[in-house]
Design a protein around this ligand. Structure first.
Ligand code: B16
Ligand code: MG
Length: 212
């Protein structure tokens, strides 16, 4: 464990839960288009980029959508989603997040974000963590979505560490696969625990204090 010098935290599902807002926004789009959508389908969108999420939502569509229509639907979803982010506040950080982040920072670990979301800067601001991390890698600076490790590799590079020196903390199966693909150690929380391919599993963020 002594080679560990830093962490890459996924955002949605690890630091804060915006699941219900993503769900409601996609549900509104699906209803408008007459497409079946439920919580189970929504689970498959975890950690997946906006356009890749739309492709999953459209699997149940009864017609083909042009690229132009897809871009418009993704933009409409994002407008609904961003509107609901207005409600986010500091107390929406997930249980144990504040104490655990402070503990790891005080121990000298470099801390970064590795999120697929293009809304990362807004979310971090709303929950009061916009100046806390040493680096933020997100949907705005990547070409390939998880399970490609790009977003984590860029985060590690930004904090000046090799993947082997970092632990990725993730709630999505795509994210744990991305961590494995990038040779990171990984900690699975929430939904990601089901694939059993992470280095560690935790039930809540404060369990990191016992591990590191
Ligand atoms: P946006 P994460 C991911 O965030 C979400 O889990 C996923 O549901 C969403 O589609 C993706 O961000 C893109 O989000 O539309 O805001 O760019 O878990 O990687 O922090
Ligand atoms: Mg996530």
């Amino acid at each position: 464990m002594s080679q560990i010098k830093g962490f890459v935290f996924d955002l949605d599902g690890v630091i804060v839960s915006t699941d219900k807002y993503h769900y409601l926004a996609w549900k509104a789009i699906a209803d408008q288009e007459g497409i079946y959508f439920d919580e189970q389908i929504n689970n498959r969108l975890r950690g997946v980029s906006r356009m890749a999420s739309l492709d999953i939502v459209l699997e149940k569509a009864h017609k083909e959508y042009t690229q132009e229509e897809k871009v418009a639907l993704a933009a409409a979803k994002n407008d609904i989603y961003r509107e609901s982010l207005n409600e986010l506040k500091e107390t929406d950080r997930l249980p144990g997040v504040t104490d655990t982040l402070n503990y790891l920072k005080n121990k000298g670990y470099k801390l970064s974000i590795g999120s697929s979301s293009k809304n990362t800067p807004l979310i971090l601001k709303k929950i009061g963590l916009d100046t806390f991390f040493d680096a933020v890698s997100d949907g705005n600076n990547i070409t390939y979505s998880k399970p490609n490790p790009e977003v984590f590799l860029k985060a590690a590079e930004m904090i000046g560490l090799k993947p082997e020196e970092c632990v990725v903390v993730e709630d999505s199966t795509a994210g744990i696969e991305a961590a494995n693909n990038g040779s990171f150690l990984s900690v699975a929380i929430g939904d990601a625990r089901k694939i059993k391919s992470s280095t560690y599993e935790i039930n809540s963020m404060d369990e990191l204090i016992k591990l590191f």
